[in-house]
Write a protein that binds this ligand. Sequence first.
Ligand code: SF4
Length: 218
Amino acid sequence: MLRDELDTIIRKLRAEYPDGDRCGLRFSDPVQLLISTILSAQCTDVRVNKTTPALFARFPDAKAFADADVKEIEELIKPCGLYHTKAANIKKCCESIVNDFGGNVPGTIGELTTLAGTGRKTANLVLGEWFGRPAYVIDTHVKRIWSLLGITGSTTPEAIEDDLRTLIPPDDPEAGEALALSHLLITHGRNVCVARRPDCASCCIKDHCRHYLNGNAS
Ligand code: SF4
């Protein structure tokens, strides 16, 4: 795929989802962003945003989370699901931030991925959303739709990140479009290109979809 076509896809998705090119989580510092992202695994942004005000009021920074009784974190995040694992990861993650990074969320993908509960997807999100760095966020929706569009035949998040880096290099003046594209594809994956039951007739980017053009519309 050429950059021109990718820009057209971004333009069409933006027209369809005017607010879909930004993060749906509410946060006011990088610790809150990190924790909200951990909570968003298999949970909606709306539910996370309903849960975090009380959580962040009780635990205002990484030190407070590091010192917390994990049971208390569990109680507060229960509505987000997987609360045993998520609470343990949040506490461990904040212990590392305090003990290894002086209380500050680190700003490189290598450092971020040392934190509990923080894979490449979360690390890239924090880099892009908070640090304003070029970020290539690959989640299950992005991976699926990229493959359907024929943008990438790669299967691992790292390889898909590389494919996107080739199309939108980190030093490109519009490198921020990579993060916007990820948000747009996540929105499209939640609303139209739903796994196993995509609504191809309603799809604003079907003219670019190899799956659709090959006569496999659902
Ligand atoms: S045409 Fe169908 S399969 Fe292709 S991106 Fe759109 S919804 Fe998904």
